[in-house]
Design a protein. Sequence first.
Length: 280
Amino acid sequence: MPVWQHRNGKLDLNNRTAVMGILNITPDSFSDGGRYLDPDRAAARAMELEAEGADILDIGPQSTRPGHIPVSPDEELERLLPVLERLAGRLSIPISVDTYYPQVAQAALERGAAIINDVSGSLENGMPALAARCGAGLVMMHAGGGADDRAEVDAVAVVRRYFQQALEAADRAGLPLSCVCLDPGVGFGKSGGGDLRLAARLTETTAGLPEGAVLVGASRKRAIGACCGNPPPADRLAGTLAFHTAAQLQGARILRVHDVKEAVQAARVTDAILREARQG
């Protein structure tokens, strides 16, 4: 079972699934945009997420919802740095920064962040080398978006190929594989059916690859809404728990969520069931 190393230590994922709490500091995220733009309010929410049981705090200074308008690195930093300043020395859990800009990641690591969550899907943007230099954890996510991903092809095979390429890119950059976390990218460039297939067959995406951390982040996303009559994103908690439980049973060891307290409870029950299954 994996251990995920990051700049400030490591997460032991043996027998215990980690929960990553989402803190969006954006005006336009799909389910909570605008709620935590104020740095003081954002810092208070970060403390709440830790108190609710989050193992990691993931701060997002830019929306990545479908149709979002990209913002510049400078704008990301304007949103992010005041929050990091307010959190300095106040959290006992590692901070992850959701960015695909190396300069934003560098600034965040210099101010206490321990993990880079890169949702670009790029293998050529320098993030593995940056993580290697700084000793940071790195989430490498399959972003999709090409014809092969949207078409009715085997999403599992597509993601597995990306995972293999991501590990090779990390190795070339000198980043230990124990610092890499792979993410299949639920909701990014895939059909709803593709997202469901990934949850059902997640173990196949890492078959034959070195054992490591796998993250799934389906919280409130479109594939869940499509199964439930398309309720508003904030009303998709039960569907999110079901999706994440299925993924956890298929090998996910980090779950990225909006609703931390409920996710922790579900993850602990699923962990207990998995322990019983292993004991026979």
